[in-house]
Design a binder for this molecule. Structure first.
Ligand code: ATP
Length: 242
C-alpha cells in the first residue's frame, strides 16, 4: 500500500537529510506507529506519501502509484485515497460538526442523499453521534479531534495518516483517540500514526517504525513480539488443550 525504497529527502541542498536512505513497506490493512524525537523525519515521511514533498533520491509508491513519476494533475486523485489528521484539528470554526464533515463530500461532488447517509454513519464511527449540530468551540479537544478524524475518513480512503493526533490531548483522551483510529483500521483502512507518546506505543501493541535523525533505526512489532508469534501462540493453545 505504501512503499519507500532508499528514500533520501533533503530540504536544503548540502544540508543534513530529513530522511536518509529509508526503505520500508506498510501493507494494506496495517496499523503502524511512526516514532522518533522532534525533527527525526516523521512528518517528512507523511508528506512524501501525500506528495506534498518529493524525495531527493529513491522511490515512493502509494496505492499502486509511483509518486516520483506521477503527473501533477493526478495528485488530487492520489489525495482522495488518503485521509490526513493533524495535531491541531484544523476545523472550520463557523461550521457545525455535520457541516465540517459534509464539506469534504460536497467538494468531491458527492450526491446529497449519499452525504446524508455517510455523515451520520461516520459521526457514529468516531463516537460523535448527538453532536452533529455543535460548533467546534462547543466541543472538547478530544471531540474536535474526532471531528477531524470523521472529516478525514468520510470519503472512505484506503489510507489514513495521523501526524501527532494526540499532541494536544491529555493521556486518557489520547487513548480514546487511538481507540477510534484502531476502530477505523479494523474497517480495513491502513493507518500510519506519527507520535512522540511512548505511553500510547506501549499500550497499543502495533508495529513501530522508529526514525532517528532521518534514519530508520527500528521496524518491529511492539512489545518485543515478532510478527511470527501469533502462529506460535496457536500451537501453545493447542498444546494447552491436549
Ligand atoms: N519545509 C522544510 N524546509 C526545511 N527543512 C525542513 C522542512 N520541513 C522539515 N525540515 C527539517 O527536516 C527535519 C525533519 O523534520 P520533520 O518535520 O519531518 O520531523 P518530525 O519528526 O516530524 O518532527 P516533529 O515531531 O517536531 O514534528 C528537521 O531537521 C526539520 O528542521
Amino acid at each position: 500500500m505504501i512503499r519507500l525504497e532508499h528514500v533520501t529527502k533533503r530540504y536544503d541542498a548540502g544540508g543534513a537529510p530529513a530522511l536518509d536512505d529509508v526503505t520500508c513497506e506498510i501493507t494494506r490493512g496495517e496499523f503502524v506507529f511512526v516514532v522518533g524525537t522532534s525533527g527525526s523525519g516523521k512528518s517528512t515521511l507523511m508528506r512524501l506519501v501525500t506528495r506534498e514533498v518529493s524525495p531527493t533520491k529513491g522511490s515512493v509508491l502509494v496505492a499502486g502509484r509511483d509518486l516520483v513519476a506521477l503527473p501533477d494533475r493526478q495528485v488530487p486523485a492520489l489525495r482522495r485515497e488518503i485521509g490526513v489528521v493533524f495535531q491541531d484539528f484544523r476545523l472550520l470554526e463557523g461550521k457545525t460538526v455535520y457541516q465540517n464533515v459534509a464539506f469534504v463530500l460536497r467538494v468531491l461532488g458527492t450526491k446529497r442523499h449519499r452525504i446524508k447517509q455517510l455523515v451520520p454513519e461516520t459521526l457514529d464511527l468516531v463516537g460523535l453521534d448527538g453532536k452533529a449540530g455543535r460548533l467546534p468551540h462547543e466541543l472538547s479537544g478530544g471531540e474536535q479531534q474526532r471531528v477531524a478524524i470523521a472529516r478525514a475518513v468520510v470519503k472512505k480512503p484506503p489510507i489514513l495518516l495521523a501526524d501527532e493526533p494526540t499532541g494536544n490531548l491529555d493521556p486518557e483522551t489520547s487513548a480514546e483517540i487511538v481507540t477510534v483510529l484502531d476502530r477505523i483500521n479494523k474497517t480495513g483502512t491502513t493507518v500510519a500514526m506519527a507520535t512522540h507518546d511512548q505511553g500510547i506505543v506501549d499500550d497499543f501493541r502495533k508495529r513501530v517504525l522508529e526514525l532517528s535523525d532521518g534514519v530508520l533505526v527500528r521496524d518491529e512489532a511492539s512489545g518485543g513480539y515478532t510478527r511470527g508469534l501469533p502462529a506460535y501462540d496457536e500451537t501453545r493453545a493447542r498444546e494447552g488443550d491436549a
